[in-house]
Design a protein around this ligand. Structure first.
Ligand code: NAD
Length: 351
């Protein structure tokens, strides 16, 4: 018998192709009439498209969402919220834009509609990370969980091939760690397996043809299931390593996930055999860690920390930081093992 505690998260999810057309109705259904659109500079045309779509329901757009949710950018956006008397937030983009929306919701309690265009999964979590004075801190609160998610497969067709692969592997990492989480529960484990299977099916197909709409739909569905896993249960060594490498060595978020994942799974291989079997089955392979390594390689992902800017001289400090206040892990965190893991990831050894 598996004993468990499961907390369901309240959120309305609309999934399909062309679903962006439902945005105005969703704003009205929230009882709102003054939406502020949030996005990044590179996606500002998309933000303008949303303003046109919303017509009188839009009060404007803020186009300066920034990776890792810097507090100074949030404060700048907060002024726009106040000046425009916005009564809801519409975030279109990846984890950075959705992070800004969450930071604003934390401060204002405004309802949010998230429209994800990557596979990072932030839209499905009550987690917010914010950066101030070079330090990123994370908290969990229902205040930041978007009320509505609109998944529109059409919006993901423009995601460049390299980002598609790393973002997809970033999503798979949430599901993988959910399967060996100390909070694992049957519902989330089912979603995790569905997510791994959907994204691992999609990535090689999108690598061959970025406009393959069925593969794009698989990947976006997987992003939702994997994001739901991240929002529901605690993560482990893989996420700890990625936060350390991103925060202290400035390595890019999704590519770092892509490189570390097979090695983090190999680290826990002997300590979590049931989870390993479920991951391998979802991937359609014999061994979870090797299956993830081969999937990354086949899909054109970066395979070494060296190509992301890390050097052998960084390994000792990264090991020390990763072992300080460690997350729970099926295999306890041992410096020698972490050093070996990072060394393998540095050069891209097949686990
Ligand atoms: P991102 O949001 O930084 O996007 C990267 C770039 O790609 C941006 O310039 C963006 O505008 C552009 N882009 C996004 N979608 C596009 C598309 N379809 N076509 C063309 N360009 C597109 O990247 P990300 O990996 O989605 O998010 C990373 C951030 O999200 C990190 O700060 C990470 O910590 C955070 N995150 C938070 C959670 C959470 O639960 N709080 C979960 C996952 C990620």
């Amino acid at each position: 018998m598996q004993t468990f505690v499961y907390n369901a998260l309240p959120s309305r999810v609309i999934f399909g192709q062309g679903t962006l057309a439902q945005l105005a109705d969703e704003v009205r259904a929230l009882g709102c009439s003054r939406a502020l659109v949030l996005t990044t500079e590179p996606q500002k045309d998309l933000g303008q498209r949303l303003c046109h779509l919303l017509g009188d329901l839009a009060v404007g757009a803020f186009n300066n969402a920034t990776m890792h949710t810097p507090v100074d950018v949030t404060e700048e956006a907060l002024q726009v919220v106040v000046q425009s008397s916005a009564d809801c937030l519409v975030a279109i983009g990846g984890g950075s834009t959705i992070g800004l929306s969450k930071a604003l919701a934390l401060r204002t309690d405004l309802p949010q509609i998230a429209i994800p265009t990557t596979y990072a999964g932030s839209e499905a979590t009550p987690i917010i990370g914010q950066t101030e004075d070079g330090l990123k801190t994370t908290q969990r609160t229902l205040k930041v969980l978007p009320e509505v998610i609109i998944y529109d497969v059409d919006l993901t067709l423009s995601l460049p091939a390299d980002m598609t692969v790393t973002s997809g592997l970033n999503a798979i990492a949430h599901a993988v760690e959910a399967l060996y989480s100390k909070d694992a529960n049957p519902l989330i484990s089912m979603l995790a397996q569905e997510g791994i299977a959907a994204i691992s099916r999609a990535l090689p197909a999108i690598h061959r043809d970025p406009n393959d709409i069925d593969a794009r739909a698989d990947a976006l569905f997987g992003a939702w299931t994997c994001g739901t896993c991240l929002g529901a249960v605690g993560m482990s060594i893989h996420h700890k390593l990625c936060h350390t490498l991103g925060g202290s060595f400035n390595l890019p978020h999704a590519p770092t996930h892509a490189v570390i994942l097979p090695h983090a799974v190999a680290y826990n291989r002997a300590a979590a055999p049931e989870a390993m079997a479920l991951i391998a089955r979802a991937l359609g392979t014999q061994d979870a860690a090797r299956g993830l390594f081969d999937l990354a390689k086949q899909s054109g992902a970066p395979m070494t920390l060296a190509e992301l800017g890390m050097t052998a001289a960084d390994i000792d400090r990264a090991t020390e930081l990763a072992c300080a206040s460690p997350y729970w892990s099926p295999r306890p965190i041992e410096p020698e093992g972490i050093q070996e893991l990072l060394t393998n990831a540095l050069v891209g050894n097949r686990p």
